[in-house]
Design a protein around this ligand. Structure first.
Ligand code: FES
Length: 107
């Protein structure tokens, strides 16, 4: 398990990641997507568990689900659970926003 910290402060991370825009970061050997709503961050595997499309080009709907651009499968960003489609769940990485920045844990 590895912990990574994005930014140097809470304010810096809030500026770095605009609301409801999916950003990609590479932590070690893992590509992850980041999406923020207010001060809540969602950190998830950057590639769809169905056929590996990039979720960085995905869309977020009003229920807080990410929609894959390739076959439009939907995943809950809180839990990673697949909401429409037939594949495994999306990997979600735990994160915590604190005064040092955004800490993301990669198992
Ligand atoms: S690759 Fe994402 S839904 Fe098929």
């Amino acid at each position: 398990m590895k912990k990574f910290t994005l930014g140097n402060s809470k304010e810096e991370v809030l500026k770095l990641v605009p609301e409801r825009v999916i950003k990609k970061v590479i932590l070690g050997e893992t590509s992850i997507g980041i999406m923020r709503k207010g001060e809540t961050f969602h950190t998830f595997h950057a590639f769809c568990p169905h056929r590996g499309a990039s979720l960085i080009q995905g869309n977020i709907n009003s229920s807080g689900e990410i929609i894959c651009p390739l076959h439009q499968y939907r995943f809950d960003l809180e839990t990673g659970q697949v909401k429409s489609g037939y594949c495994g769940d999306l990997t979600i990485y735990p994160n915590e926003l604190n005064e040092n920045g955004l800490e993301i844990t990669i198992p």
